[in-house]
Structures are given as C-alpha cells and as structure tokens.
Ligand binder design. Sequence first.
Ligand code: HEC
Length: 337
Amino acid sequence: MTGLVVGGLAAFGLIVAASLSGQAAHAAGKVESSNPITGDKDAIAAGQTTFRARCAPCHGMRANGRGRGLPNSSDLTKFKRGYTKFVYIVKNGGKTMPAYGGLGKLNDDEINQVGAYLETLASRRAKWIDPPAKKSEAQPDVQPVVATAPPEYQAHLDHIQKALGETPGGVGLLAILEQEARIAQQHAAFAVTDLEDYENIRLHTAHVRHAINPAEEHSGAGPGKGYGVARAAKAVIAHMELAAATGDATDKVKAHAAHVISAANNIVFWCYKIVAKANQITGGSSPITQAYYAEEIVERIQWILEGTDADGDGAISWTEGEGGLAQIRQHLGFIGG
Ligand code: HEC
C-alpha cells in the first residue's frame, strides 16, 4: 500500500515536471510554426508592441478575446489554422476584423513579428504549423475584404528573389546569400595565399566564418554583413515551404520548390562543415591540417555558389549533395516561366 502511494507520488512529480517544462517551451516562443522568424527574440518584442497597439483593442491584451476588447473577437491563443492562413487573415480581414494588407498598414515583416509574439501566447492545442497543402483549399470562413490578384505564393518568392525587410539593405534572400558567400570566398582565398603562414590562415578563416554564420559563438566581428550564408539559406527553405503550402501552388510550383529546398539544404550543410573546419583551424589544430582545411573551405564555398557534380555524371543537378545557389536560381526561373 505505502509502496503504491510512493510510486503514485513519484509519477505525479514526473507529470508536473513534464508539464512545467512544456510551459517553459511555450514562454520562449517554441510552439512549432511555419513562421520564418518564429522564436526570434527581437521579432517577438517588436510583435508585442505592434500587437498591443493594433490588435489588442479588439482581441484583448492577452490575445484571448476577453477583457475590454470587441465582443466576438477570436481567442488568438487557440489559433489552429496554420501560419499561412494567419497571414492571409491579417492581410484580408474578416466580417468585422479589419484588413491589414496594403500600403501603410502592416508589412510582411510586421505581420511575421506579430505572429512570432502570438506564438509565445499559444495554448497547447494551437496550431501554427501549416497543414499539408490541399488541392482544393476550402474558402476561409472569414470573408476576404481585399481580393489578392497575384498567386498567394508570389509574396514568398518575392522575399527570396526581390526584397525582405530583415536583410541588410532589405535585399532578397538570394542577394544577401550571394553577397555573404562572395565575402567568404574572398577571405578564403586570402587564407590560402601562403599555406605556411598560419597566422594569416587563422585570421582570414575567422573572417570566412563571420560571413558564413555570424551567430556562431566564435565569430566575433568580421567583414561579413552580419546576416550570414547559413541564415539566408535557412530562410530560403522556410519561404519556399510557405510558398509550396499556399492553396494556389500548382504541382509545377511544388516540384521546383522541392528542388530549391534540396539545394538550399546542401548550402546549410556546407555552411555547417565550413564552420566546423574553421573552428578547428582557429582552435589551434596542427599546422598541416590548418592548411588542408583552409583549402577544403575554399572548395566548399565554390560549391555553395556553383553546386558540385558529386556523382560525377557530368552535370550538376539540384539533388542532395549537388545543387547550390546557381541551381536555386535556375529552378526559381522555372517557376516564374
Ligand atoms: C476592430 C477589431 C479587430 C482588430 C483591431 C483586430 N481584429 Fe482580428 N478579429 C476580429 C474579429 C471580430 C474576428 C472574428 C472574425 C470576424 O468577425 O471578422 C477576428 C479574427 C481574427 C483572426 C482569425 C482567428 C481564427 O481563429 O480564425 C486572426 C488570426 C486575427 N483576427 C488576428 C488579428 C491581428 C493579428 C490583429 C492586429 C494586427 C487583429 N486581428 C486586429 C476583430 C479585430
């Protein structure tokens, strides 16, 4: 009997511990979401400010539709319709809900920020991750106020190809990816000018690392733009996934989106390898291996930009281990045409 009680208490303790750690994850904005900037601290803070000014008057300060808000404003902590639908609703409005799309209202970044903030308030059963795309997307039950002329996925492609507020200079993701990769390429070339000058190798390898991933803990200051190849490639993946999940993404769009994602995954992987080698170089690996790794880094940056013929069939495709930035551009071109 006592044994049972003790066992029961222990189990109870486990459950409490598990649910507490679940709450901690929510507080940090860890609810899974297809929002490209989910969990980003600055975005969450900016989103809170926007939410309180623009949305709380109706949805309430806690976003739960209670308080002094407008009656019948939805409880946003229970939002279940996936991130793409969230953006759609915010842009297009509903019967009562105003439309925030369009000039001088909320731009895509601001909407993503509000999303990132709301994700931190999400209840356990909320769903912010996009459902798998359906062929005939059911009409949203809030009536759109503004008709959207271009296909829904175009906005995501534009972030990749044309402009995105969060990049330095607001350029598109491919542009910042290439800028950072070129900086990395230049410094990787400096590093191997004299393979016996180890100080030179270490200095320029640190610069390469900064352009590849400034968020890496050893990165410090550097010549990169502060965004990084790795982050750009991950954001390309996120935006391509969003594009492919929109209701109007055709099979052609989905197929090329998969190819773009595959090539962007290669870039993320190569970035990871470059940073690992760079850490070994600056961390004081033996002089011979430093020179060897520095040359490997030169090669991998080349792959990031041009792709590589990994299977030796005479062509570079988008496949795993082969495609890079050039192949991403090619497949985005197929979607446009
Ligand atoms: C004028 C009041 C008002 C304001 C301001 C407002 N909303 Fe709403 N919102 C509503 C109402 C009412 C609904 C329920 C649908 C309807 O009747 O339009 C709603 C519905 C929604 C939904 C759909 C919820 C679901 O589960 O389907 C989302 C998402 C949403 N609002 C987000 C926002 C965001 C984000 C903002 C701020 C940028 C905002 N709203 C500002 C009144 C408002």
